[in-house]
Design a protein around this ligand. Structure first.
Ligand code: DGL
Length: 286
């Protein structure tokens, strides 16, 4: 599947529905909240369901076969339960692998999240760009193909951070992570060539990572531009939703696949993002 189609370009817009469109925003955990925030701004009239497969988290640690099977199985339940008009897979680790299987299985438009190599290269002055992702996304052929397609003359460093998604989850649950641990994850992003040129752009290729941008800024050895893909994903979703009535949207809801209790800081963070209503669709990882 081509790079553009994987991201959701080239899909047909929804026909007029005569009601608020239901948009299912899906991630392994809380990272997709960074995408939800942009979607809510871009499509204020939609009825949003935020689904976190927290029983399957972290997706970055699952092998390819297991991950595709898990994502399709969870989506099966979510689609039957929520009957969405559009699904945004707000997860690079799942999108770069499971989108072809999802599109083959469901007659629904899926917008994916792929590493923002092209905008990162365009934003770089030094030509030293880093793509920071989960180990799963780093392994993907699709990620390499994007770098081959869009790097041009830039030197792209691909960094797989094993723990960052979990750190972002911990912070939202009210358990801050040490600077030293944070630094150990992002240090390989910063490259200094012999001629003195330094990395100046880091593409955040996991939706969890923009939750930590302030922390990254605090520990980075020099300032860089951090590219958050969420606004581009929201633009793609807007193009697909088209003209729909905006006055009937229901309040957004969050849905989790585990029975893990919600600590008060997380309940507060969800509610601040318009997700005061939290539901469960218990589905343990086998
Ligand atoms: N938020 C997911 C992504 O964008 C990854 C987190 C995980 O490893 O589950 O890649």
């Amino acid at each position: 599947m081509g790079v553009d189609l994987l991201a959701g370009l080239g899909l047909a817009p929804l026909p007029p529905l005569g009601r608020a469109p239901r948009v299912l925003v899906f991630d392994s955990g809380l990272g997709g909240l960074t995408v939800l925030a942009e979607l809510v701004k871009a499509i204020p009239g939609a009825d949003f369901v935020y689904a976190a497969d927290d029983a399957g988290f972290p997706y970055g640690a699952l092998d390819d076969q297991r991950l595709v099977a898990r994502v399709v199985a969870v989506m099966e339940r979510l689609v039957a339960r929520e009957v969405p008009d559009l699904v945004v897979v707000a997860c690079n680790t799942a999108s770069t692998l499971a989108l072809p299987a999802l599109r083959a299985r469901f007659a629904l438009p899926f917008v994916g999240t792929v590493p923002a190599v092209k905008p990162a290269v365009a934003a770089s002055i030094t030509g030293l760009v880093t793509v920071l992702a989960t180990p799963g996304t780093v392994r993907r052929e699709h990620t390499r193909a994007m770098i081959d397609a869009f790097a041009g003359k830039a030197e792209v460093t691909l960094v797989g951070a094993p723990n960052l998604a979990a750190y972002a989850e911990a912070e939202l649950r009210g358990a801050p992570v040490d600077d030293a641990l944070m630094n150990a994850e992002i240090a390989p992003c910063f490259v200094e060539r012999r001629d003195g040129a330094r990395t100046d752009v880091v593409a955040l290729a996991c939706t969890h990572f923009p939750l930590l941008t302030r922390r990254f800024e605090a520990v980075a050895p020099w300032p860089v531009t951090w590219i958050d893909p969420a606004p581009a994903i929201a633009r793609r979703a807007v193009a697909l939703v088209g003209e729909q009535p905006a006055d009937l949207a229901a309040p957004s809801r969050a849905l989790f696949t585990s029975e893990r209790p919600l600590p008060p800081p997380l309940a507060l963070a969800l509610s601040a993002r318009g997700l005061a209503q939290v539901e469960r669709e218990h589905f343990p990882l086998r």
